[in-house]
Ligand binder design. Structure first.
Ligand SMILES: Nc1ncnc2c1ncn2[C@@H]1O[C@H](COP(=O)(O)OP(=O)(O)OP(=O)(O)O)[C@@H](O)[C@H]1O
Ligand SMILES: [Mg+2]
Length: 264
């Protein structure tokens, strides 16, 4: 397929570089809210369906934080206990813990957060897949950046996850955390009118300037993916393979249909 169309690299590849991203209003909105929460030491929440671009948006937004001024603490959430999650935070902070007591772990993390702040860096805790976290974790998370003497929290937190993250934040025990949220972004699927541009953008990254997808193929990819980017990418790539197999230089809706039988 690569040779047939003359791509210079694999099209629709998942490991897209930051400077090659498709810039949607939603992507910029996430970055804006992310940076606003960071500037205030507050919390921002990003939700969206599977494959809507949450992790990529996190990567893009945190790319706006200069390493000399910010210390990013990236965590991929698990369904583990509070202790497990706090251990993950220790790993992300590159610190050793020598206790399995929750109090000691919290103390160690808080000390490190305070040290980072003393170095005049802003620590930023970024938790992807936060919808997996247990309710108990939400009850404790905000205390990591709260210091008795200081009313301003020093640890901004960004939470990204599927839509049920919001349900978990509504629990009464999550209220102290939820009350610190100052920005909420929701990533929806791409609109129909943006899909052609999105596909063309990906073709361009792989070295092809022309639109290889017919209008019907664009529509079929939009309908088959609900505008969700990972699924759209899989359909696009699969349909390019199907078109190349038939030596067609333009992808048709039938090629998209063939691709859709291969994916979930
Ligand atoms: N702005 C963008 N421009 C181009 N491609 C993108 C963009 N955002 C996401 N993608 C592509 O879409 C795919 C899905 O994105 P991503 O993994 O960020 O979604 P997600 O919402 O985090 O998914 P999950 O719910 O599985 O965690 C990736 O392959 C990524 O390369
Ligand atoms: Mg993700």
């Amino acid at each position: 397929m690569r040779h047939f169309f003359g791509f210079t690299k694999e099209p629709f590849s998942p490991d897209i570089k930051l400077d090659e991203l498709y810039h949607s209003a939603a992507l910029e909105g996430v970055k804006e809210r992310f940076l606003y929460a960071v500037s205030l030491g507050a919390i921002s929440v990003i939700t969206g369906d599977v494959g809507s671009g949450k992790s990529t948006a996190l990567r893009y937004a945190s790319g706006g934080l200069h390493p000399s001024q910010y210390h990013v603490i990236p965590v991929i959430a698990s369904t583990g206990s509070v202790i497990e999650v706090f251990k993950q935070i220790c790993i992300a902070l590159d610190i050793n813990w020598n206790s399995t007591s929750l109090t000691r772990l919290m103390h160690t993390i808080r000390e490190t957060v305070a040290e980072i702040a003393k170095r005049r860096q802003v620590p930023v805790l970024i938790i992807d897949e936060a919808s997996l976290l247990r309710i108990e974790v939400f009850a404790q998370l905000h205390t990591l950046g709260q210091f008795e003497m200081d009313s301003k929290p020093v640890l901004p937190i960004i939470l990204a996850g599927q839509n049920n993250l919001l349900d978990k934040l509504m629990y009464i025990t999550s209220r102290p955390l939820a009350s610190r949220i100052i920005g909420r972004s929701h990533l929806e699927g791409l609109r129909r009118k943006d899909m052609a541009g999105y596909l063309k953008h990906h073709l361009g990254i792989a070295g092809i300037k022309e639109q290889l997808f017919s209008d019907e193929a664009v529509l079929a990819i939009h309908q088959g993916s609900g505008g969700l980017l990972r699924r759209a990418n899989l359909l696009a790539k699969g349909s390019l393979v199907a078109a190349a197999r038939e030596k067609c230089t333009v992808v048709s809706a039938e090629h998209v249909r063939m691709a859709s039988t291969e994916i979930f």
